[in-house]
Design a protein around this ligand. Structure first.
Ligand SMILES: NC(=O)c1ccc[n+]([C@@H]2O[C@H](COP(=O)([O-])OP(=O)(O)OC[C@H]3O[C@@H](n4cnc5c(N)ncnc54)[C@H](OP(=O)(O)O)[C@@H]3O)[C@@H](O)[C@H]2O)c1
Length: 156
């Protein structure tokens, strides 16, 4: 997934209006993935957004605090980020928003649904680089740069 995705109600696929956050160099890429709008988080303070229904928080750190501020009462803070989240469930609850941890798990029925979305062109997956399994360490190093686009694949 590219971008810290924000969504609020409005018609588009799935019924959400999607705002992605990315640097300007990645704006067209994120828009091409389906975001209705892209905000450059390096030049715009995302915490000024308001009345967001769902934050899919994958940036962590101080960005997670800014994203929490944008949610409407009753909104959902979906914690996808890896390490360094600066928001606790207690803080979210105190602001009147719901907090949910999210971890991708290989569930057969979900994968079938994703495959159907890919088949009908509603979901596109961008592969950044493919590594042989013995080069898994290199793949990890690349991932840790936070400068990749889309997925890093290990070939078996
Ligand atoms: N829980 C799970 O199941 C799960 C699943 C997938 C990923 N993750 C974790 O989520 C994190 C992100 O992974 P990803 O694959 O989504 O990465 P990604 O494809 O690189 O997406 C990160 C997005 O966030 C943007 N971003 C970076 N810093 C930001 C900030 N300070 N404020 C707002 N937006 C910012 C990036 O923009 P630029 O690239 O333009 O800087 C990029 O668009 C990693 O820690 C990963 O381990 C967890």
């Amino acid at each position: 997934m590219a971008s810290d995705i924000w969504a609020y109600s409005s018609p588009s696929w799935g019924g959400a209006y999607v705002i992605g956050t990315a640097r300007a160099v990645n704006a067209d890429f994120v828009r091409d993935l389906g975001a209705d709008e892209v905000i450059d988080y390096t030049t715009t303070d995302i915490s000024e957004l308001r009345d967001i229904d769902v934050v899919v928080e994958n940036a962590g750190g101080a960005a997670s605090v800014r994203s929490l501020r944008t949610l409407r009462p009753g909104g959902l803070f979906l914690h996808v980020a890896g390490p360094g989240l600066d928001v606790t469930e207690e803080q979210a609850t105190a602001r009147g928003v719901r907090f949910q941890d999210f971890y991708v798990a290989p569930v057969g029925t979900d994968l079938e649904n994703y495959a159907a979305l890919i088949d009908n062109g509603k979901l596109r997956v961008h592969v950044d680089q493919v590594f042989a399994l013995e080069d898994a360490a290199k793949a990890h190093e690349l991932g840790e740069t936070n400068r990749t686009r889309g997925k890093i694949v290990l070939a078996l």
